[in-house]
Write a protein that binds this ligand. Sequence first.
Ligand SMILES: [Zn+2]
Length: 413
Amino acid sequence: MDLIIRNASLLDRQGIWDVGIQGDRIAAVEQHISEQGTEEFDAVGRLVAPTYVNGHTHLDKCNLGDVMRPNETYSFQECLAITWEHKRTYTVDDIVERASRAIREGILNGTTVFRVFADVDTIGGLRPLEGIIALREKWRDVVPIEAVDFPQEAILRDPGTAELMEEGMRMGADVVGGLPWHERLDEDMRAHVDFCFDLAKKYDKDIHMLADDTLNPNSRSLEYLAARTIAEGFQGRVSASHCEAIAAYDEYHAHKVMDLVQEAGVSISSNTHISLALSGRLHLEPIPRGITRAKQMWQKGVNLFTSQDDVNDPYYPFGRNDQQEVAAYLCHTAFMTFPDEIRAVFDFITYNAARAMRLEDYGCAPGCRADLNVLAAPTIQHVLRLQQPPALVLRGGKALARNELRQELLQDA
Ligand SMILES: [Zn+2]
């Protein structure tokens, strides 16, 4: 075998295991592989798990935090306005350079798949999407990147965007994006969703929308998206991100919508830390957490995942493109801190995110692609507690990154 990872802990298995890799595939998972590998890596008992999947990130605007003016009104509206100032003058090279920095951070932190939203609107035109498609091609031999044709300024309230989105699909976008909750009227919200389904059917692509990214209990785009998903036979091909409004619905209506989402097979990306930073700013104390009903949806069997979303941009000053950090935020904000819950949250950044993106051959069994992290600790609890980068990151059996953490305690007792 080309590579044998020795002495690994594995998810949901007792004991210590060897993982053998041949070419780009996992060839064997056994308690002891007797043959010698061409290369060997000693995991020394640390957890080996499939690499992280980031199913929602905006790399056209990432790292603008280093060059933008400060947000003087501390408002979401000014986040948009600051982005407009830069979006008008983006170049493809500028986007690829800033986004590549975030991709490198992501790989070092164990993520090997990225779904990247690119703004498509009448301010920046198709330039952001051109940049993200150029990014996808630049990284093609290293990690897969999907480009989302995303109407950041909505569709009906920004006349001309519908035509640009159609052109974006012709240019080679991989996913149809949407932002229906940002339309002015409910009927426009529904027309927005309908338009996206028409586009997705025409180009045979999946859909990923930002739904109800607000604590306004009257925002009902997730419900309509789920109903349309069933009507169009798109079960398993649609994702929705944020979905905070459902936290503000009364219990009867919230359960109706969660059941509908489950029936529609719509995957939900919580991006909890972003909701925590941005939603609920209009509330007086006590301020709600402002995140979607992540735990209840998980308990109902909804395919829940969570993603980095923003990295050092007008919306969010932090973000290391680190899915471990993202998962740890979800544990806190969704009250998922007990063993089975922590186990579930680890799925939110691995298996569930892979299912939302319909990745093939994802996993840690023989026959799966050898996309594996040798993590920094032996259990999920300690991986998320320490949030240290993986010792080794593999994609298709090829080493993409190594991390060595050197810490020295100079006084002890
Ligand atoms: Zn986002």
